[in-house]
Design a protein around this ligand. Structure first.
Ligand SMILES: *Cc1c(COP(=O)(O)O)cnc(C)c1O
Length: 424
């Protein structure tokens, strides 16, 4: 029998995420990663300008992270995390809390961004139920994205993706992104709802999946302050923005206010392993301390605080806090800013916007701008043919690169974006 290639074997057994398996192009088989490149079986080197679904921060197959992970694997690969602990999880929590806003005092581990959000929502609902209060509602931004499990999906924007589950999702009040015109109205909306609402969950400064929609830190400060005055807990979902994306270590570093709870995943391990973390204040933590066992936070995953994932996160943090990474964050931010200035006013661009290392280009289009529209696929294939992985959100092309990307590589991506603007 003739040996089948990877793509044929894939087709026989695999169901891919966010993919209409009937219509999709065959997947590209990737066999190796190296710096900012993913390398295909046929030798094609793809410049990974979206950090492999926003997770990679120091480049692929980084030797330092690989070494630390290998050492951890030979020392301790897994330990049950109820009734037991291990040094890697403790060290990671200590080091995370050192770089988070000062009010964050405890780390609860889970597996990914969605579970980090589930844990945060449960903490908030139960914070009130442990005090005998019922607050069934959550406030979230229109166009937000917080994950694909049911709770995370419920607080995300309702869309074609969530339509089949609509009736099963709990009650959420959606508010507009804040700006100079609506900030007062948003604040009254929040204070009018206050006794029914347990939490306000938000992506700080930039709504990722919603289309890289950006808003200003000082308006978020006002919303957080308003929630504090109304007794509503705040959940800052830093799953995308964390670990340097916005130019600071965390998007929260642009804020004056401190959220009650924060969610992390994606870049936490440098994109090496699946790991989620939810941090919280002492006030939240203490609301679960009781002689009554029913006030326990009954949540956990088989791989909670997996030592190998924690080791990857510690190694990634070593790199993140290095001068080299600090310089790279500034360098990418400056390169983006210069290109933004150059391209602004292009007749095909409705908007170009930037927050730190993330830059987004919104195509002017008269056609249907939905995810399913043709422009998106044309752009995706155009960049792929040029050897660049960019995955437009509808008519919005964005660069969200690993921090090791060079100026030459960035210039190459910019030039292809200019070419695409001329063509589509
Ligand atoms: C990706 C993302 C999530 C979900 O994380 P997963 O690891 O994919 O479950 C949650 N919140 C935000 C802001 C994200 O970008």
């Amino acid at each position: 029998m003739e040996e089948q290639n990877i793509v044929e074997r894939d087709k026989a057994v695999i169901w891919h995420p966010y993919t209409q398996m009937k219509l999709a192009q065959p997947p590209i088989p990737i066999v190796r990663g190296e710096g900012a490149y993913l390398i295909a079986e046929d030798g094609t080197r793809y410049l990974d300008a979206i950090s492999s679904w926003w997770v990679n921060i120091h480049g692929h197959s980084h030797p330092y992270i690989a070494k630390k992970v290998a050492e951890q694997l030979l020392t301790l690969e897994h330990a049950i995390f109820a009734g037991f602990t291990h040094p890697t999880a403790v060290e990671l929590a200590e080091r995370l809390l050192k770089i988070l806003p000062g009010n964050q005092k405890k780390i609860f581990y889970s597996d990914n961004g969605s579970t980090a959000v589930e844990v945060a929502l449960k903490m908030c609902f139960q914070f009130f139920s442990n005090r005998g209060e019922e607050r069934p509602k959550v406030i979230a931004f229109k166009n937000s994205y917080h994950g694909d499990t049911f709770g995370a999906m419920a607080v995300s924007a309702r869309s074609a993706f969530t339509a089949p589950f609509e009736k099963l999702l709990f009650d959420v009040e959606y508010i507009d992104l804040p700006n100079a015109e609506n900030i007062q109205a948003l604040k009254s909306q929040i204070s009018n709802l206050k006794s029914q609402v347990s939490s306000f969950i938000f992506e700080p400064l930039i709504l990722g999946s919603g289309g890289m929609l950006m808003y200003e830190a000082h308006y978020l400060d006002e919303l957080i302050r308003c929630c504090k005055e109304s007794g509503i807990l705040t959940i800052c979902d830093e799953v995308m923005t964390g670990f340097g994306r916005t130019g600071e270590l965390f998007a929260s570093d642009h804020l004056k206010q401190q959220p009650d709870i924060m969610c992390f995943s994606k870049g936490i391990t440098g994109g090496t392993m699946a790991l989620g973390a939810t941090s919280c204040t002492n006030e939240i933590y203490e609301a679960f301390l009781s002689d009554d066992k029913l006030k326990t936070l009954f949540h956990g995953h088989s791989f909670t605080a997996n030592p190998v994932a924690c080791a990857a996160a510690l190694a990634s943090m070593d790199l993140l806090l290095s001068t080299e990474t600090f310089n790279n964050l500034n360098r990418i931010t400056e390169q983006h800013a210069a290109f933004r200035e150059k391209i602004a006013g292009h007749p095909k661009l409705r908007d170009v916007r930037q927050t730190g290392t993330i830059i987004a280009f919104e195509w002017e289009t008269n056609q249907d701008t939905s995810y399913f529209a043709g422009l998106r696929d044309m752009l995706y294939n155009f960049f792929l043919d040029a050897g660049i992985i960019l995955r437009p959100l509808g008519n919005i092309v964005y660069i969200l690169p690993p921090y090791c990307i060079t100026n030459d590589e960035l210039s190459f991506v910019y030039s292809k974006i200019e070419e695409a603007l001329d063509r589509f």
